[in-house]
Design a binder for this molecule. Structure first.
Ligand code: HAM
Length: 403
């Protein structure tokens, strides 16, 4: 027997219902905020992710599904959605056009991680990217959109917030941090020693307990912001307060992708175990120029759909459509024909095998039909059909033409 690959799941049955309910809800909310759908390829040039997510990140360094294709191109399955959307934005010359462009997307992402609950190698994200607004009001808007999506799905969350500073204040902070790390080089883990030269701020979210204790005294990002970043962060908090979005400040929240500046955030759930991040995002004002576009500010987020599935409160399932059955072989083809007619406007499910009325009613209930329609001997003779409304429990025999 051939099974799916490790960390790659099928989505079907009840999970699929939750999945589509999530997508419909999230797409509705994003549309209400003025975002438009965008689809980008699953396969991209490897360099796209090296130059955006960053070579020092775990995603690019260890987790890419990367290979040389038959045309000798170095390609990889996308590990995230932002880089592809930014590439499309530049390729369509929207950076040159100026103005505001807001997109949402969903689809499969691939990361060669060690699979465990909530951590897959193929998973699905719903994400949004907004281009052209440098103002922190847009950061607040995308955070409120994410909060609206989670509220509509009945999902409780904690929002963690930080600012990563800009090209003016971040380099100074980075130097301070490197001096701090140097003083503790004998005590920290090997990964952190490596991060010191590749991307020092990543040491802050090292999972090693001893490292964590040491970094408790490290200089804090938020105390090193320039006036503009400080004022933006204050504005952001004020808007969130005014809109009753509660948040926690987490000065160690640095995100696992290198393209962020200023606002960084994560939404976490306390009900799904160790892989608790259900969404993450932030501002990436330099990413468009890193990928050779005209400098354009950007901000966005992505949600991990698999991690949300079990948290979604589904609406009560309503009975829907027709179940059609025959009691004798002779009536089956008529039942088929009527089903085909019904399918032009309604959901209709047909049973090919003749069965007694009790079994048809049971089957109709199982498929959650609203109406159970059955043709037997008598109905055949009289050109009628027996119909029961499974919601109101009323039953009737009507002329076939009236169905
Ligand atoms: P990210 O934090 O790497 O951000 O991923 C976003 C979400 O995807 C996570 O919060 C998590 O729910 C889900 N996720 C990540 N890895 C896995 C996995 N292995 N298995 C299951 N779910 C996973 C990004 O990808 C950025 N592109 C977000 C963004 C958009 N920033 C700005 N715009």
């Amino acid at each position: 027997m051939i099974n799916s690959l490790r960390g790659m799941n099928d989505i079907l049955g009840e999970d699929y219902e939750r999945f589509t309910y999530f997508l419909n809800t999230a797409s509705d909310v994003a549309t209400r905020y003025g975002f438009h759908f965008v689809e980008t390829p699953l396969l991209e040039e490897t360099n796209l992710f090296k130059r955006s997510v960053g070579e020092s990140s775990d995603i690019v360094g260890k987790e890419m599904y990367q290979f040389i294709d038959k045309g000798n191109n170095d390609v990889c399955l996308r590990p995230e959605g932002t880089a592809g959307v930014v590439r499309a934005f530049i390729q369509k010359k929207l950076d040159k056009k100026g103005g505001i462009h807001r997109y949402f997307y969903h689809g499969a992402m691939f990361r060669y991680e060690r699979p465990q609950k909530g951590r897959l190698r193929q998973f699905h994200q719903f994400g949004v990217e907004s281009f052209g607004v440098a103002d922190v009001y847009e950061d607040a808007s995308v955070i409120m959109m994410l909060s609206d999506i989670l509220k509509a799905l009945g999902i409780k969350y904690r929002l963690q917030l930080n600012s990563l500073g800009c090209q003016n204040c971040m380099p100074i902070y980075r130097e301070n941090l490197v001096s701090f790390i140097q003083k503790h080089e004998d005590e920290i883990c090997e990964d952190c020693i490596r991060r010191k030269s590749t991307n020092p701020i990543r040491v802050l979210d090292c999972k090693n307990k001893k490292c964590q204790e040491i970094y408790a005294d490290a200089p804090q990002l938020l105390n090193n912001l320039c006036d503009e970043c400080k004022s933006d962060f204050e504005k952001l908090k004020k808007i969130l307060d005014e809109n009753e979005i509660t948040y926690e400040i987490d000065t160690k929240l640095v995100r696992g992708l290198d393209y962020y500046s200023k606002t960084a955030f994560e939404f976490v759930s306390d009900s799904i175990g160790a892989q608790s991040a259900i969404a993450g995002g932030g501002r990436y004002d330099r990413l468009v120029e890193f990928l050779d576009g005209k400098p354009t500010p950007g901000v966005g987020f992505a949600m991990g759909i698999e991690r949300l599935l079990e948290l979604i409160k589904m609406p009560e399932r309503k009975r829907d459509g027709y179940y059609m059955g025959a009691m004798d072989e002779e009536a089956v083809s008529l039942v088929m024909k009527l089903t085909q007619q019904k399918r032009k406007t309604h959901k209709a499910i047909v049973e090919y095998k003749p069965k007694n009325l009790k079994t048809h009613l049971k089957n109709a209930d199982k498929v959650n039909a609203k109406y159970c329609c059955v043709i037997g001997d008598n109905e055949m003779k009289n050109n009628t059909i027996w119909i029961k409304d499974l919601e109101t429990k009323t039953e009737n025999t009507i002329k076939i033409g009236e169905l």
